[in-house]
Design a protein around this ligand. Structure first.
Ligand code: AMP
Ligand code: ZN
Length: 474
């Protein structure tokens, strides 16, 4: 598989450190508000990358963090903590805000068919590991203290900024990208540990050798990534906005601490933008979320399909027309696959001889995926197969299952989620609801009876790990 490595500024052959196994870290959400569909584009891209690695035969250990403390309003260690700000906005505690928006995030993540990471780690549960890492940096002479915290001295790390390139770093160095703080030795220096403001008790704060406070956002990712994946990771992902500051700083502090390369392949996804080429951002007031799309009648997978239409390294311009087109295309693609399912069922045993693998399509699909995740091309191959009248239905179905292991569009089992707006007849919805109630009451005999009753009406059910149930009418 070839992948664009931001560090090398080139497409490279991907070779993990240990044959057959990949360590992957992806920066997770800051849980102070709903994730917008721009954020979700990045998580979809990372999910596709992970599924592609699995298709290539790798075993992937995927760690994703939840930033529930320490991400300040500006990337430059100034402004309020986004969590405490969220708490003030909603009149809740920062801990309640974290819990609420973490759940909201995973609802969207699952609705978009993103596969759960091997491990999800909350920053607030890893404070000790962060303090240990800052201690090492302090002992090695990379840290210095100013009035509001302990900072990393970027001038002591000669390779500082290699990820972002010269132009970016000159911006950082001159202070154009980061707010000026006269106490810092260099404008690009960043906080490792911030002190709680004098005379004020923060909701989230911990004792440390330097004073009571909280970790810097960058140290969180370095500490958790290295704790679970070792000092050198195969792959680390995020959106392009993380290149210049967050990931640049993660590299500096991790490599300064260990003396080893931190990440071998950095892979970054481009932004979802609005028509005027503005990035979709939470600070700009109204923003679109997966539940808002659902309310307007779009399934989360319509949005996933839209994302598949643009290469991850190009900006994707969001428009309702584009989403309408995605919805229609996905529905047409599923209709072709359903037709094949019908034909296969009708053929019964007689059709069995047609099973097998359409080698040509599978090879071209694999080649597109392995070429720097060229999913627009991979989707085009899926379409060719679906429209190929010479392809026996069972072969199309085998190929669609194979392709969908990467695309994640539920091509063979298009599900309707009851929450999506109830397209099923009311008597079916009632039975589904009655079964859910039986399960909640742990009356599994009754739940089983209801499942059977639904099956007789042609409704199949799928219980998801998050407690929701998907359904499909044959
Ligand atoms: P945050 O929760 O703000 O840390 O962002 C979560 C992820 O979304 C990060 O990987 C960001 O790089 C990414 N991101 C933020 N805005 C956009 C956007 N408009 N389009 C795509 N990804 C984005
Ligand atoms: Zn991160």
């Amino acid at each position: 598989m070839r992948i664009y490595n931001t560090l090398a500024r080139a497409k490279q052959e991907f070779k993990p450190l240990n044959k057959g196994a990949v360590s992957l870290y992806t920066c997770g959400p800051t849980v102070y508000n709903y994730a917008h569909i721009g954020n979700m584009r990045t998580y979809i891209f990372e999910d596709l990358l992970k599924r592609a690695l699995v298709l290539e035969g790798f075993k992937v250990s995927h760690v994703m963090n939840i930033t529930d403390v320490g991400h300040l309003q500006s990337d430059a260690d100034s402004g309020e903590d986004k969590m405490e700000r969220g708490a003030a906005r909603e009149g809740k505690t920062a801990w309640e805000i974290a819990e609420f928006y973490t759940k909201a995030f995973f609802d969207d993540f699952h609705a978009l068919n993103c596969v759960d990471p091997t491990r999800i780690c909350r920053a607030t549960e890893h404070i000790e590991a962060m303090i240990r890492l800052v201690k090492t940096l302090d002992e090695k002479g990379f840290a210095y203290r100013i009035s509001d915290g302990l900072y990393f001295d970027t001038s002591k790390f000669p390779a500082y900024g290699a990820l972002a390139g010269k132009a970016h770093i000159e911006g950082l160095r001159s202070g154009a990208r980061v707010e000026f703080n006269g106490e810092k030795r260099n404008p690009s220096d960043f906080a490792l540990w911030k002190f709680s403001p004098a005379g004020k008790k923060r909701q989230m704060e911990w004792p440390s050798p330097w004073g009571t406070g909280f970790p810097g956002w960058h140290i969180e990712c370095s500490a958790m990534a290295m704790q679970y994946l070792g000092e050198t990771l195969d792959m680390h992902c995020g959106g392009v906005d993380h290149i210049a500051v967050h990931h640049t700083n993660e590299i500096a502090q991790s490599e300064a601490a260990t003396g080893k390369p931190y990440v071998r392949y950095w892979v970054h996804g481009e932004f979802l933008v609005t028509k005027d080429s503005e990035k979709m951002a939470k600070s700009s007031g109204e923003f679109l979320t997966v539940p808002v799309l659902a309310k307007k009648g779009y399934s989360p997978l319509d949005y996933r399909y839209l994302c598949l239409g643009a290469h991850y390294k190009t900006q994707l311009v969001f428009s309702w027309d584009a989403l309408d087109f995605a919805r229609k295309s996905l529905s047409n693609l599923r209709a072709l696959i359903h037709a094949a399912q019908e034909k296969s069922r009708a053929a019964g045993v007689a059709g069995a001889g047609n099973q097998g693998w359409p080698a040509d399509h599978a090879v071209r699909f694999g080649a597109a995926v392995a070429d720097d995740l060229n999913l627009p091309k991979a989707v085009a191959v899926m379409w060719e197969a679906a429209k190929d009248k010479t392809l026996p239905p069972d072969q199309l179905l085998a190929f669609a299952a194979h392709a969908d292991s990467v695309l994640g569009l539920d091509l063979l089992a298009p599900e309707h989620k009851p929450a999506d707006g109830g397209q099923a007849p009311p008597e079916i919805m009632e039975l589904i609801e009655a079964r859910n109630a039986a399960r909640r009451e742990k009356n599994f005999a009754r739940a089983d009876e209801l499942r059977k009753a639904l099956l007789e009406k042609g409704v199949t059910l799928r219980d998801r790990p998050d407690g929701t149930t998907g359904w499909n009418i044959v």
